[in-house]
Design a protein around this ligand. Structure first.
Ligand code: UD1
Length: 370
């Protein structure tokens, strides 16, 4: 589906169920290539990035079966270290195959990753870390190639707590000789998910959720069955949509403990949010206060992936607000599309200044990113 037509709906009501987390599922699916057996994953969302990932896994020799929201990945016969360009070029997370392929095949061929157009998105942290673990990495004609006799543990300090680089290093380190320590590691729930999955498979990782990770390499991993957590970004997008339309609705299967930064902002604007069973009830009927200033940051700060839905809400909310983007340098492209709908936003460097209270109207727009 390339085109979506949206009609004015009024306040949103009812209930909605949150699917499994994309950003947790992708690295766990990548990790399956480290396990010579059948990995079973449940609660996998049915979205295109997952289909690209299945294409990659099949192209390197895995047998992948899908049954509804469950995946069966047989990685007994991984037979190439070369990731195909057609799928990798569409998805940023293909870069984490660098660590996984070096661990499984002792070499890797990774086309430059694609994905959402949100800033430069370099991969120098991934390359530096693999080199510290003993790999020789070369970049030529939009392709990264790497090889290593045996990966060894290392002390690695990340300049920024990159989610992808932390995942790449974990994937390389679980089967490496000796101990790896990652300093200034990403603390996102998706890192905890990857570590939880790998530990269930026999890895020795401690510190997940903190900024220092300790990984003792093991000789092999065993197959496991694992359920992926619900998607905090999807849940957050629903919550913002309910609040922005001054609706009231249930969001079922919500990872509420991972959503504190968002619920704080929504409550400040007058939204009421109640925990109900495994979900939340969002009442946005009195969400009329301006939010002032919001800054995105690494977990547990306000997630950059919820910046554009919040930006949209602030355009219609009374009062002026500022959003500062600290994670990606080029992530206000949504602002230029919202202007076509009548929004009043001024972007300067990493800040968007929003004049609220706009009555938006229909127009043809493009969705350059999440
Ligand atoms: C992941 C998420 C994405 C989310 C982002 C930040 C997935 C599939 N995607 O993306 O939805 O928006 O985390 O929470 O999980 N950087 C470098 N060098 C590197 C790697 C990163 O300079 O080698 C910089 C990036 O340019 C960016 C910052 O680090 O400014 C954070 O990027 P990173 O955490 O790596 O994002 P992704 O893993 O790509």
């Amino acid at each position: 589906m390339n085109t979506i037509e949206v009609y004015e709906s009024g306040p949103l009501k009812g209930e909605v169920f949150v699917q499994g987390s994309k950003n947790a599922a992708l690295p766990v699916m990548t990790a399956a290539i480290l396990i010579p057996g059948v990995t079973v994953l449940h609660n996998i969302p049915l979205i295109t990035d997952i289909l690209y990932m299945i294409t990659i896994l099949r192209s390197v020799g895995c047998v992948v079966e899908r049954n509804g929201y469950s995946l069966y990945i047989d990685a007994c016969h991984v037979n190439t270290s070369q990731i195909p360009e057609n799928a990798a070029g569409k998805m940023r997370s293909s870069i984490i195959f660098l660590g996984a392929m070096l661990a499984r095949m002792h070499r890797a061929g990774i086309p430059y990753p694609g994905g959402c157009v949100i800033g430069k998105r370099p991969f120098d942290f991934h390359v530096d870390a693999m080199e510290r673990m003993g790999a020789v990495v070369a970049a030529k004609e939009k392709m990264l190639t790497a090889n290593v006799r045996n990966l060894h543990g290392a002390d690695i300090t990340l300049r920024f707590p990159s989610v992808g680089a932390t995942e790449s290093i974990i994937l390389a380190a679980v089967l490496a000789d000796g101990r790896t320590r990652i300093f200034n590691a990403a603390r996102e729930p998706e890192i905890q998910e990857l570590c939880g999955f790998l530990n269930a498979a026999g890895a020795k990782i401690s510190g997940a959720g903190g900024s220092e990770l300790l990984i003792d390499g093991v000789s092999s991993l065993k197959p496991v069955e694992y359920r992926i957590r619900p998607d905090r970004i999807v849940a957050g997008t629903y919550a913002i949509a309910i609040a922005a339309t001054r609706g009231n609705a249930h969001i079922l299967n919500t990872p509420k403990e991972e959503m504190g930064a968002l619920t704080d902002v929504l409550c400040k604007m007058g939204c009421e949010i109640k925990e109900e069973g495994r979900g939340i009830f969002v009442d946005g009927r009195n969400a009329s206060a301006p939010c002032g200033y919001v800054r995105t940051g690494v977990y547990p700060e306000f997630p950059t992936d919820l910046q554009s839905p919040l930006l949209t809400m602030l355009c219609v909310q009374e009062g002026n607000s500022i959003i500062e983007e600290t994670v990606f340098e080029g992530r206000f492209r949504t602002a230029f599309e919202l202007e076509k709908l009548g929004a009043d936003i001024c972007v300067k460097d990493r800040r968007a200044y929003i004049t609220g209270g706009c009555r938006l109207h229909g127009a043809e727009v493009c969705a350059p990113e999440l």
